[in-house]
Design a protein around this ligand. Sequence first.
Ligand SMILES: C[S@@+](CC[C@H](N)C(=O)[O-])C[C@H]1O[C@@H](n2cnc3c(N)ncnc32)[C@H](O)[C@@H]1O
Length: 257
Amino acid sequence: MQISSLFKYVEQLQGTTPWGNLLDTGTGVKSLQWISTLKTDSWSAITASEAMARSSKESFPGTMRAQDRLIVGNWIDNELLKGEQFDTVLVDYLVGAIDGFAPYWQDLVFERLRPLVKGRMYIIGLEPYVPIVAQDEVGQYVGDVGRFRDSCLLMARERPYREYPSDWIIRHLHRADFNVISGKRFPIRFGERFVHAQMNMCKQRIARLQHCGVQANVATAMLEQVNELTERGLKLIAKHNGLPTGNDYVIAAEPKR
Ligand SMILES: C[S@@+](CC[C@H](N)C(=O)[O-])C[C@H]1O[C@@H](n2cnc3c(N)ncnc32)[C@H](O)[C@@H]1O
């Protein structure tokens, strides 16, 4: 299992402070695999998606302890983990995914999580790139991929993710009564896996378009666009040794006392 540099940075920020009881607010395969490597007293992992719960469980290394919980729930439900508190709270790519499960509710997420946080909260996210038209060819290409992918999702009657920038996160942390302890951006270098994964996602949606009132010739043209984007991506990867563009971020926050 490969631990991402973002999780390694969180470990560095945590230092010698015990993880204690840990809450993963938007769980998935990667965060749960990382959590399995930490010395926690217990962990609770939340997802709004049954499918995500299943895949996280299937990919979990080893066996869950009796005190560990994987719960399918939605943060808009005020009863979810009501009255509980956690020493460490992880918010790993949760905010960008909220639009799929609680649309237009992002501004309330940190207020909702605030009573659950006893010690440290770590927020990991992706700086938005879809609405930004970059000036360089790599940035422009990755933006084109994102815009095309979101178009496919919308035309297939699905909701795309909506990423939020780190300054938006910091503003909303302050509003929800958190002190921001640190924030750091991590430059991204996308590879072939990114291109193929995004294009596969597009192909699956295009296959469904005729059931969503889209004309067959539009779907055919969109498949041609998939080929063009794949070809352009692979050429750029060879030229630039990957696709260096955009940033992830890690923000650490604590409740104001
Ligand atoms: C992009 S995935 C997170 C990735 C995950 N941490 C990993 O390492 O693979 C987003 C997660 O947030 C969850 N999520 C989004 N909105 C939610 C909500 N309103 N309530 C609960 N979970 C939510 C999704 O169900 C999913 O589990």
